[in-house]
Design a protein around this ligand. Structure first.
Ligand code: TMP
Ligand code: ASP
Length: 234
């Protein structure tokens, strides 16, 4: 496999074309942003840690029958994936109230939800990723109702698999964001699954082990990402 030209650069990753049709190389960066890119920084070794953490989670999900874009790890900071036409709907699943949900519905951060909450956000930097519903998605033509059903069911299945796995590692899965894309006529789970895109809390102390340490200036961001990697590979 040959890494060819870069065709997309996001806030945390670069995507390269390869000499193999239908396969992209994803490179994870140390760059970190928050609040629609208004806060910028770097986290040492984040690229490596997020790549390795995502590889581990994608392998786990594939073992449980969930279809993802993941093919194989290529280097410390790179993975080979199936090319996707990204669907512009971010799917968030929540088990414990935190972040924007705590604010929006006036629930104290840390309250366990009686059932998982699934939310959709329009992936649009210009609009600041607004919360949207199935009617908005239909009007905008972002996905069909059938595709949304697949994405929702897959997201809930991912939640069950990750939550159970992480409980065994003494980590509470508070919430996370997924992205999906079309590959031929299949819908595959794409993007990454890492402390950038999930909230992970230590089960005993509720210490934050994710990007909230960067967003809220809590310090030891790299240490938290390392701790997640250490626990999940054990
Ligand atoms: P929120 O509480 O800020 O809406 O975030 C919910 C989850 O989604 C949290 O685990 C972090 C993740 N997330 C992203 O991956 N990208 C984003 O741009 C935002 C706002 C949240
Ligand atoms: N990554 C997003 C941004 O740069 C937001 C976040 O994760 O908080 O705006």
């Amino acid at each position: 496999m040959l890494k060819k030209e870069m065709f997309y650069e996001g806030k945390a990753k670069r995507v390269y074309v390869t000499d193999e049709p239908g396969k992209y190389l994803v490179e994870f960066k140390n760059d970190a942003t928050a609040f629609d890119g208004k806060k910028k920084g770097t986290i040492d070794n984040k690229g490596m840690l997020n790549n390795k953490i995502s590889v581990l989670f994608f392998k786990l999900l594939e073992e449980k029958g969930i279809k993802t874009h993941f093919i194989e790890a290529v280097s410390d900071t790179e993975m080979l994936v199936r090319s996707l036409e990204i669907i512009l709907v971010e799917v968030v699943v929540r088990n414990i109230a935190a972040g924007s949900l705590a604010k929006r519905i006036g629930m104290e951060e840390g309250t366990t939800l009686p059932a998982p909450v699934v939310e959709y956000y329009y992936k649009s930097d210009a609009l600041g990723d607004p919360l949207i519903n199935n009617s908005h998605i239909a009007v905008l033509g972002l996905a069909t109702p059938e595709q949304m059903e697949v994405m929702k069911e897959t997201a809930l299945k991912v939640n069950g698999v990750l939550k159970d796995f992480l409980t065994g590692k003494n980590i509470d899965l508070v919430d996370f964001k997924l992205e999906f894309g079309r590959h031929g006529n299949e819908i595959l789970l794409g993007d990454e699954i890492s402390p950038d895109t999930c909230r992970f809390w230590d089960s005993q102390t509720s210490e934050k082990l994710d990007k909230d340490r960067f967003r809220r200036d809590l310090g030891n961001v790299e240490g938290a990402y390392r701790e997640v990697f250490k626990r999940i590979q054990a």
